[in-house]
Design a protein around this ligand. Structure first.
Ligand code: GDP
Length: 390
């Protein structure tokens, strides 16, 4: 037994009671992994140097379906650094011809509805049936409060072990604006890596359902049993985005009553997709009952029908275009609020408006006038990473 090396931060008795323990790697390393040797005299943890990848390394690795390179490409996309932004854009541009072939499925529902359990069961079944499944999460809480609803639990252990699965938690530490771009580009990277089914999980918080709806083909709402009260609390808007509603935890009799309640309400709502009737179903994510039936009889039928009648092609075109203009708006907004002349005069104009000395309409004219004078005379814009609000 070699001398045990402990960094300063490890408790003297690092037994099972402690959350952190030092694990020693396998001597000789693992294929593709750096070979780490531990020097017992070292005072700090060894630094693992990873090979720097260039644009072509990323492109080749992703196209080969190398999960390690795919993960690193996603990290590049998620980075807020200007240099990474430019490189990520080159990678995505080169991969663009290889994207678009997957079924993009969004899954939403309140925390505790059973989304993760559902995805774990569905994803595992699909992998075993020969599909390549990527699971992404769009979690607005991680960007707003720095806490995470989707990311902090042990995620899909069984699915993560499947050879054909790729489970990626939500990007952290970004901005709400950047989150949409990061999630969409991550989806494209997964498609280029050969994943034919992309499951995008989100919670019913803030804008996240609309964000996810705008990047998927099919949108599934997972709800709980408990009829009346929950239905009243449920935002009608979310039901209007859904292509199917599934009442989970159907091992309880109440699921069927809840389903009937949802069916009744759905009659009064406009379906989310042309030529498709949104209906309610039941399942048990826990036992797996109803999940593959939902997949074959609803999702696959939807995808087949939508590809056949052109509805999906049209939806994707519209989604991409509206994404472009969303980014244009975001970019313009950032240029406006960061412009020195706006920063300089904003306070006094606001004061004049709230004190009733200036009408709101004239305030807008003044602000826009100040902005366009400078922007029209040639602004030196830092466009390296325009979509992040710093
Ligand atoms: P999420 O927050 O929507 O991702 O919900 P989870 O998948 O984490 O599930 C929340 C809890 O409900 C977990 O303890 C699950 O084990 C449990 N659960 C999920 N699906 C079912 C089900 O079909 N039946 C029962 N009885 N429990 C379930």
């Amino acid at each position: 037994m070699t001398k045990t090396y402990k960094p300063d931060w490890v408790p003297q008795q690092d037994d099972d009671k402690f959350a952190c323990r030092v694990m020693y790697g396998v001597k000789g390393g693992h294929e593709g992994m750096p070979n780490i040797t531990i020097d017992p005299e070292r005072k700090s943890a060894p630094v693992i140097k990873r090979k720097r990848l260039d644009v072509d390394d990323y492109v080749d690795g992703v196209l080969k379906g190398d999960r390690m390179v795919l993960s690193r490409a996603i990290t590049l996309v998620e980075s807020n650094a200007a240099a990474h932004f430019n490189m990520a854009q080159q990678v995505i541009q080169k991969l663009l011809p290889y994207t678009g072939k997957s079924s993009r499925i969004g899954i939403t529902g309140v925390p505790g509805a059973g989304k993760s359990t559902f995805i774990e069961a569905l994803g595992t079944n699909l992998c075993r049936a020969g599909h390549k499944v990527a699971v992404l999460a769009v979690d607005p809480s991680s960007t707003v409060t720095k806490g995470s609803i989707l990311g902090d639990k042990t995620r899909m252990e069984q699915l993560s072990r499947e050879e054909n699965a790729f489970v990626r938690p939500s990007p952290s530490g970004g901005t709400l604006g950047g989150l949409t771009r990061k999630s969409r580009e991550t989806l494209l990277l997964c498609e280029a890596a050969g994943y034919d089914t992309i499951l995008v999980e989100t919670v019913g918080v803030g804008q996240s359902e609309t964000t996810v709806r705008s990047m998927v083909d099919f949108f599934l709402l997972v709800v709980l049993t408990g009829a009346g009260d929950e239905l009243q609390g449920m935002k009608k808007g979310v039901m209007e985005l859904a292509d199917a509603i599934v009442v989970n935890k159907a091992n309880k009799q109440r699921a069927f009553v809840t389903r009937a309640e949802y069916e009744r309400i759905l009659q009064f709502l406009r379906p989310a997709t042309e030529n498709w009737l949104t209906k309610a179903y039941t399942c048990s994510a826990f036992t797996g009952a109803g999940i593959m039936e939902l997949w074959h009889d609803v999702v696959e039928v939807f995808m087949q029908q939508g590809r056949g009648n052109g509805v999906l092609t049209e939806r994707r075109k519209q989604q991409t275009l509206s994404w472009v203009y969303t980014m244009v708006e975001e970019h313009l907004r950032n240029l406006f609020y960061r412009a020195p002349e706006i920063v300089a005069c904003k306070g006094s104009i606001e004061e004049a408006v709230v004190e009733g000395r200036l009408t709101a309409t004239l305030a807008v004219q003044e602000l826009i006038g100040k902005f366009s004078q400078t922007s029209l005379s040639g602004r030196n814009v830092d466009a390296s990473s325009p979509f992040e609000i710093k």
